[in-house]
Ligand binder design. Structure first.
Ligand code: ATP
Ligand code: MG
Length: 324
């Protein structure tokens, strides 16, 4: 239903897309995962006919996004990254307006609005102006608006950014419901766990190129077994050496020297072995955790920086090679 082939797009000297290709089979959901500025919105804008690529082609619902833009527009729904609702109108008025603008008779627009308000748990707030809506309510109304015309292909650009955990879960439920009805979805996100939860397949994009592609499980497999994470009471010069024989590859050390991470293959009894080895070297341990790899680990191993650079989550990890 969505096919992107070598899309490029530059803004001045900035290469927003440097040759991006992917496809989304009917009835499935593709998660496009990438940090700020990766090129996600640019890709969405091209696929939804709001921008023209410098090079490459794309088809949505069988229509070329440049040559047959009108036909593409008839098949799609879009929830943009920034809410597009009219704050002076009520939730219901917003939806009725969208319905009428897309060609429904007033009566049909009203009944479609009522249906969507119920479905998105907005009935109680339906007749209040949306200026007073919470972030979660706005995102839901936005999504409802993109569904007025029952599109077969839906583009969701960071639908849960900024939402609290409860609103995010509610949004996930709604998105899952749409997929189960056969809607094809391209969803962009900066949240690894969101792509993991919702997407059938994931493309990881960074600096305008696809750097990895696969199911969440495949991506996790790329970086091997589990992850060992050790927190020390205080930094210790022998800590890395003590771990080196027990893990696969390099030990990553946080800037403050207290957090050590590494890939591990076998996990049985590992926690105890690790504590003993560190103890034997006089290293005091606060916490040991062995967990399955997260998509953030995948991102880190692919790019050498965390997916959440801007929030400083993982970018303070340095790879120390061959430390003894
Ligand atoms: N209209 C524009 N004019 C100039 N530069 C732009 C424009 N749109 C995007 N860019 C640049 O292109 C790059 C990709 O931007 P894009 O909005 O596609 O990223 P994104 O992955 O959606 O990021 P975010 O997660 O912050 O929404 C960025 O460097 C951005 O500054
Ligand atoms: Mg964006």
């Amino acid at each position: 239903m969505i096919e992107a082939d070598s899309l490029t797009k530059s803004f001045g000297a900035t290469k927003a897309l440097a040759g991006v290709s992917f496809s989304v089979p009917a009835g499935s959901i593709l998660g496009m995962l990438g940090p700020n500025g990766a090129g996600k919105t640019t890709a969405v804008r091209i696929l939804t006919t709001l921008a023209i690529p410098d090079d490459g082609q794309a088809k949505v619902a069988g229509h070329d996004v440049v040559a047959e833009a009108a036909a593409v527009r008839r098949s799609i729904g879009v929830t943009a990254q920034d809410a597009t609702i009219d704050e002076a109108l009520t939730g219901r008025q917003n939806l009725v307006m969208v319905g009428e603008l897309s060609g429904l008779k007033r009566k049909a627009a009203k009944s479609r609005a009522a249906e969507l308000l119920t479905r998105f748990d907005l009935l109680e707030a339906a007749d209040r102006v949306t200026k007073g809506y919470s972030g979660g309510m706005r995102r839901r109304l936005d999504l409802a608006a993109s569904l007025v015309t029952r599109p077969s292909v839906l583009f969701l650009d960071e639908p849960t950014t900024g939402l609290d955990p409860t609103s995010r879960l509610l949004m996930w439920q709604v998105i899952r419901g749409l997929v189960s009805e056969g809607t094809t979805i391209l969803l962009t996100t900066q949240y690894l766990e969101e792509a993991d939860e919702l997407a059938d397949r994931i493309v990881v994009i960074d600096h305008g190129t696809v750097i990895a592609e696969g199911t969440a499980a495949e991506l996790k497999r790329q970086i091997g077994g589990a992850r060992l994470s050790v927190t020390l009471a205080e930094p210790h010069p022998r800590a890395v050496a003590a771990l080196t024989g027990l893990v696969d590859g390099d030990v990553q050390v946080s800037q403050d020297g207290r957090r050590l991470q590494a890939a591990v293959r076998s996990t049985s009894g590992l926690g105890t072995t690790v504590v003993r080895a560190l103890d034997a070297n006089g290293v005091v341990v606060d916490d040991v955790e062995v967990r399955p790899p997260s998509l953030d680990d995948v991102f880190f191993s692919l790019t050498g920086h965390g997916a959440l650079d801007l929030e400083g989550e993982t970018c303070d990890l340095q790879v120390l090679e061959g430390v003894s």
